[in-house]
Design a binder for this molecule. Structure first.
Ligand code: UDP
Length: 326
């Protein structure tokens, strides 16, 4: 496949570009480098552009296409930031994606794999969240992604855009060769913050946001899924769209929940060091538990996550953090 990867310089997008390359697919990356890294684009042609520039996007699709598939990762994705500053979430995630869709319609492209999120569900009504779970987001980030999921259904009906929305639970881990990995500034995600705290010279230490949630140890439970398992799901979803017509959605997770304290314990074992932390106030917009039921993706796409235990995921992230290159 020839794939346009919007946001391919970011954490998840760059791992997908490597996976595409390893499976002999061709990719072109468009990224504004707002949070991504130029050094992470190693297996693709690179074009620096912003999806908010709709006319430029159309030009890229016309000049560099036709593409068999568009994958769209460009988004703001921090729950807390979205509560404080919803305007940038609706602009980037909703207006930006409308630009992508309109550019596709204008240039005759009709297949999209879209990065969605477990945050579209809001507070869980079941132990594991499947695709039938109601979507009632509790923060603007989740709301912005839910809006686009609804837009995708309408664009399929009206303009024939075929799409797969992949709802990630907690992406983590790094390329096992440690060529690329997770690197955000500022870093807000749990696992990279644990690993940073494990370095002896990290004076700030680790903050655990909330220890009074209705969970066994009082800390939030999440479903941690390796970024390369997300990568394989994207390629399967892209292949699925070559022969299936609709606006589809799949939940992607391991189906196992780990509390913040359990992740810290697992990291201690992998790293062989103590990891000091302090308990702080809960973060706005964080639901207590989010765990996926990914049976639908497994049955329909033939997806099988390879990193099923938290320690092997942490080991790949630790290797990357030890020799982080960007
Ligand atoms: N968390 C934490 N300390 C940190 C970062 C995150 O206690 O430095 C908690 C956060 O409150 C949530 C869980 O870890 O309960 C996962 O947060 P993350 O930001 O990694 O992902 P999210 O679930 O928000 O997508």
């Amino acid at each position: 496949m020839k794939v346009l990867v919007l946001g391919g310089a970011g954490y998840i997008g760059s791992h997908i570009c490597k996976a595409l390359f390893l499976q002999s697919h061709q990719s072109v990356v468009v990224d504004n480098l707002s949070t991504g890294h130029r050094q992470a684009v190693r297996w693709s042609q690179f074009i620096e552009a912003d999806i908010l520039a709709g006319e430029q996007l159309k030009q890229i699709l016309r000049e560099e296409g036709p593409f068999d598939l568009i994958m769209h990762f460009c988004a703001k994705s921090l729950v807390g930031e979205s509560v404080e500053n919803p305007a940038i979430y609706y602009r980037n995630n909703v207006v930006g994606t409308l630009n992508v869709l309109d550019a596709m319609v204008a240039t005759g492209h009709d297949k999209l794999v879209f990065s969605s999120t477990a945050a579209v569900f809001g507070l869980p009504e079941a132990d594991k969240i499947n695709e039938q779970h109601s979507r009632l987001p509790i923060n603007p980030y989740g709301q912005s992604k839910k809006m686009i999921e609804d837009v995708l259904a309408d664009y399929h009906h009206a303009y024939g855009i075929k799409s797969v929305a992949l709802r990630y639970f907690n992406a983590c881990g790094a390329d096992p060769d440690a060529e690329i990995g997770e690197s955000h500034e500022p870093e807000t995600h749990l696992l990279p913050n644990i690993l940073k705290a494990a370095f002896a010279d990290n004076a700030s230490g680790l903050k655990v946001f909330g220890a009074d949630y209705p969970t066994a140890d009082g800390t939030c439970i999440r479903d941690y899924i390796h970024v390369n398992d997300l990568a394989s799901a994207h390629i399967l979803a892209g292949e699925y769209l070559q022969t299936n017509d609709g606006a589809f959605a799949f939940n992607l997770g391991n189906g196992n929940g780990f509390s913040v304290l359990q992740v810290i314990e697992a990291a201690k074992k992998v790293i062989g060091r103590d990891i000091p932390f302090t308990v702080e106030a809960p973060r706005a917009g964080d639901p207590p538990v989010l765990v996926a039921d990914a049976a639908h993706a497994k049955a329909t796409l033939g997806w099988q996550p390879l990193y099923t235990d938290i320690e092997s995921i942490i080991a790949t992230a630790w290797r990357w953090h030890q020799n982080e290159m960007f």
